[in-house]
Design a protein around this ligand. Structure first.
Ligand code: 2AM
Length: 179
């Protein structure tokens, strides 16, 4: 089972971001120069786990329970106000210019637990982001309007990722409330 920890986004934030994306990157969408991620799939990955057997995944969930019991993480707000582009994988993303320290710390701890459980060991620095477009093979134009979204987060979601003919879909399989 291919899984990851993420912040899910409230439905109204997904819609607002999708509306802004449509107007800010009209030429990309209209020109078919990149593949827009369905708004329903918007999320911010905290730690990618990858393929883990069910038993290991359950152990990992127990460790997340213990982590949040001993080192609680408060709910908060993240300001999404920066656009970035990774030419290597063709991802155009929206993220915070300044990541809240608590979120950064939470991602680091979840990545450590995921690695210890046998999941992916991440060496790259955590760059909080929401993928807006995939397969963007040209350097994207500057966005026509600056993004400014304040998105509240109050839980961590463990998602299972499925790849189908229509692209990826993400199924929430567990949630942890933040304090
Ligand atoms: P992305 O948004 O940058 O594509 C589910 O696949 C989530 O996990 C996506 O958000 C994706 O990030 C991330 N992801 C997929 N494969 C990954 C990998 N090999 N390493 C790190 N993150 C990955």
């Amino acid at each position: 089972m291919r899984t990851f920890f993420a912040l899910d986004l409230p439905a109204q934030s997904k819609l607002a971001i999708a509306r802004w994306r449509e107007s800010a990157f009209r030429s990309l969408e209209a020109g078919g120069l990149a593949r827009p991620v369905p708004a329903a799939n918007f999320h911010m990955t905290l730690a990618f786990i990858g393929e883990l057997p069910q038993r290991k995944l359950e152990q990992l969930c127990d460790r997340v329970d213990a982590l949040l019991g001993s080192k609680p993480c408060a709910a908060g707000i993240v300001e999404l106000n920066e656009v970035g582009y990774w030419p290597r994988n063709g991802i155009l993303w929206l993220g915070p210019a300044q990541c809240p320290g608590e979120l950064q710390q939470l991602a680091t701890r979840l990545r450590t637990l995921a690695g210890q459980a046998g999941g992916k060991r991440e060496s790259k620095a955590f760059q909080p982001h929401i993928s807006l477009f995939r397969r963007c093979t040209i350097a994207p134009p500057a966005s026509l309007s600056a993004p400014e979204f304040a998105v509240g987060y109050a839980e961590i979601t463990l998602f299972e990722s499925h790849r189908g003919d229509q692209g990826a879909s993400y199924q929430p399989i567990h949630r942890w409330a933040l304090g």
